[in-house]
Write a protein of this length. Structure first.
Length: 376
């Protein structure tokens, strides 16, 4: 039945130049199973939103959760960095970082670049996607030209590695037309009356199917997911840790994408994305609670152990903005003079709140509890 409702591309080696425009038929998403799971996902996401808005220090979310989202999303594309390398690179963000850490930080900047773009523009357009892609890839390139013989191949090192799993459209007119159609679908909630979570899942598939850029489409599409949720008011900040679920269920993610293009199986794809939103909303909610509880516990501990510590509330808030702190961070924030900042950070090492690390001749102070929670 699904093949009659949706025009598929069964041969993965043939460009999908007749990719159907949006919207998809209501019969493909308006089922009892999908709508039940939609209710679960909306409830979990609403709980996360409610928790995040009452946290006074939004930097706690902005600089920690989004950094982990960037790390995991990059791992999906086989870009790996250690936590130490990433946190060092982020703490040194005014200086040049190298390798995988630099790639991860580009993703984070793209996430915020897209968020800020939509705060001003209020709606999606082709330039939004180009801007995010260019930030991720650090390029001036735009939508791929017709001569690019792009295929999507199986990654990894298994027996099927390198095999073509999908061939996106190569007709430039079709690519641009479907991208314009996607933008219209994402923006117009009067003509396309469908719940935002379902719309996000459908739009994400469509973007990956169009595959408008030479590279970076996967990361661009995952940035779009989170930016879409904030644009529709489901989250105030782009803090959903969605890439964790995709990485943990990577085969199911790609199988879901191929299931739509080759068999018209929208049901399993939509259920996958709704379950991803539900699970990651719960995980992110719990992670935020753990971070806040650790912060509060450390503050009580420090006030008890060292009553002469000046501005302990501000200090602890600052320590939870990012895993690595440097003396310069505290002096730049005008929280303490240099000698006082160094003295306090070393005291916190003796109290085992922080751990001092020397990396490439520079001293960094690792928040052990924040590091543990983010690593879980």
């Amino acid at each position: 039945m699904s093949e009659l409702l949706y025009q598929i591309n069964p041969n993965r080696n043939v460009p999908w130049d007749n990719i159907p425009p949006l919207p998809i038929r209501e019969e493909l998403w308006q089922t009892t199973e999908i709508l039940q799971k939609l209710g679960d996902a909306k409830a979990a996401l609403g709980k996360l939103q409610g928790r995040s808005v009452v946290i006074p220090n939004q930097g706690l979310l902005i600089n920690t959760i989004t950094l982990q989202e960037a790390k995991i999303s990059s791992e999906i594309e086989h870009i790996f960095t250690t936590d130490d390398e990433l946190y060092k690179a982020y703490s040194d963000k005014n200086t040049a970082s190298e390798g995988a850490s630099k790639e991860v930080l580009r993703y984070r900047e793209a996430l915020w670049s897209g968020y800020n773009y939509l705060q001003n523009a209020k709606k999606f357009d082709t330039n939004y996607f180009i801007r995010v892609f260019q930030e991720i890839r650090q390029t001036k390139d735009t939508v791929r030209p017709a001569y690019v013989q792009l295929t999507v191949k199986q990654g990894g090192s298994g027996p099927n590695a390198g095999q073509v799993i999908y061939t996106p459209p190569r007709n430039v007119t079709i690519v641009q037309d479907r991208l314009d159609n996607l933008v219209n679908f994402a923006n117009d909630d009067l003509e396309f009356k469908i719940d935002p979570l379902l719309k996000m899942a459908i739009a994400h598939f469509q973007f990956e199917a169009i595959h408008p850029f030479r590279d970076g489409n996967g990361r661009t599409g995952r940035v779009f997911n989170i930016n879409f949720l904030t644009n529709k008011g489901l989250l105030d900040l782009p803090i959903l840790f969605l890439s964790r679920y995709i990485l943990d269920h990577k085969d199911d993610y790609y199988s879901g994408l191929m299931g739509v293009s080759q068999r018209g199986d929208w049901k399993n794809w939509l259920l996958f994305m709704l379950i991803a939103v539900e699970n990651t909303s719960i995980q992110t909610f719990n992670k935020i609670n753990d971070i806040v509880a650790a912060k509060d516990s450390i503050l009580v501990y420090l006030k008890k152990e060292d009553k002469k510590l000046r501005n302990p509330d501000d200090l602890v808030e600052f320590l939870f903005n990012q895993p690595f702190t440097k003396v310069k961070h505290l002096t730049d924030a005008k929280l303490y003079a240099e000698n006082t900042a160094r003295d306090y950070l070393n005291k916190l090492c003796k109290l085992r709140v922080l751990e001092k690390k020397e990396i490439e001749g520079h001293h960094y102070y690792l928040n052990l509890e924040l590091y543990r929670i983010l690593s879980e």
